[in-house]
Ligand binder design. Structure first.
Ligand SMILES: Cc1cc2nc3c(=O)[nH]c(=O)nc-3n(C[C@H](O)[C@H](O)[C@H](O)COP(=O)(O)OP(=O)(O)OC[C@H]3O[C@@H](n4cnc5c(N)ncnc54)[C@H](O)[C@@H]3O)c2cc1C
Length: 306
């Protein structure tokens, strides 16, 4: 109930204006976000890599409504990839991108072409790209764009969401040689017709999808902070005899950082999803929806600064 309300607010321009104009201390947002500029992401990446972690960087922004904005997003990624390469942070750092930020909503072809330019730059920079999963109305389009990109850039990563009823079947399609697949639970407000609603059903689906990916020929990327699912991931890696370079764990910047380091110290590849940019509102709201304790923390900060 609370989760749905927060996720609905994540799509409201009115609430966005209210939250963004509230005098929330930057340190709250900074808990989950590197900062507003590419330099902030670079500095954060350097620290994470020095700690033995891998990184995937997301330039914040989604639901782009005009071609100029889509082009600006493409250019930002290209600049970022040049900077990562110059700083010798590739291949430890890759990038994650949302097709909706590249114009998917109004022109899928344009989004594909921008994504293609970013993939070409990533290859030149010695790294790769993962296409984030967004709400279920975009899943078919995103998987189609992914398939086209993979024809030229085979390491382009997919993301699947275990809350969607279709995902186990998608995993079977994607669990092929060389295929990088991030498995997450899913962060959007989805109807019953397409998505499991009960936490337990989402978790059970996660395990079924994990089994498909870990027993397949691709490179699974286990994206969760859930201790039970992390333990099952470790177990399946042993069962299917996967070496640490044949799968990875992924977690969000600012969420369970001690666990990220613990897993890295055990020798696993752990990739941290690191967002930056000024458009932090929708991302922040999804993080709040995931954990009511974060909401209390956020509300306290709003009150004390207001
Ligand atoms: C690397 C990465 C990439 C992702 N990419 C996508 C994507 O492309 N598309 C998409 O829809 N979703 C994406 N997600 C989000 C994902 O779908 C979930 O919404 C999110 O990870 C919370 O689910 P969980 O598996 O961590 O389990 P949960 O059941 O939500 O949480 C398990 C435990 O983890 C801790 N925890 C979880 N979230 C938080 C938080 N925000 N703050 C503090 N503690 C927390 C708590 O201890 C909690 O009890 C991504 C997640 C990760 C880690």
């Amino acid at each position: 109930m609370l989760r749905s309300a927060i996720l609905a607010a994540a799509r409201s321009n009115r609430v966005e204006r209210l939250v963004e104009s509230a005098p929330v201390s930057r340190s709250i947002v900074r808990r989950f976000i590197a900062g507003e500029h590419a330099d902030d992401a670079l500095a954060c990446t350097r620290d994470l890599v020095a700690d033995g972690l891998a990184v995937t960087i997301d330039f914040l922004g989604e639901d782009t409504t005009n071609p100029q904005q889509a082009e600006a997003t493409r250019d930002e990624y290209i600049k970022l990839l040049d900077a990562l390469h110059a700083a010798e942070l590739t291949p430890a750092a890759e990038v994650s991108l949302k097709l909706s930020a590249l114009g998917q909503v109004f022109d899928e072809k344009l989004a594909y072409e921008h994504a293609r330019a970013i993939c070409a730059k990533a290859t030149e920079a010695g790294t790769t790209v993962t296409l984030d999963a967004e709400d279920h109305t975009t899943t078919d389009s995103t998987l189609e764009v992914l398939a086209r990109l993979r024809a030229d850039f085979p390491t382009t990563g997919a993301v699947v969401q275990s809350y969607l009823r279709r995902t186990e079947a998608d995993c079977r399609e994607l669990a092929v040689s060389g295929s990088r697949v991030r498995l997450c639970k899913g962060a959007y407000n989805e109807p019953e017709s397409v998505a499991y609603q009960r936490r337990l059903d989402v978790d059970k689906s996660y395990v079924r999808c994990l089994n498909v990916l870990m027993s397949g020929a691709g490179h699974p990327m286990i994206a969760t902070h859930d201790p039970r699912l992390v333990a099952i991931g470790e177990d399946r890696a042993k069962w299917f005899d996967r070496t640490p370079d044949e799968f990875e764990f992924q977690m969000l910047y600012g969420v369970r950082p001690d666990e990220q380091r613990r897993l890295a110290e055990l020798g696993y590849t752990v990739r941290v999803y690191l967002p930056y940019g000024t458009q932090w509102y929708a991302y922040m709201m999804r993080r709040l929806a995931e954990r009511p304790a974060n909401l209390a923390f956020f509300a306290r900060a709003l009150r004390s600064k207001g």
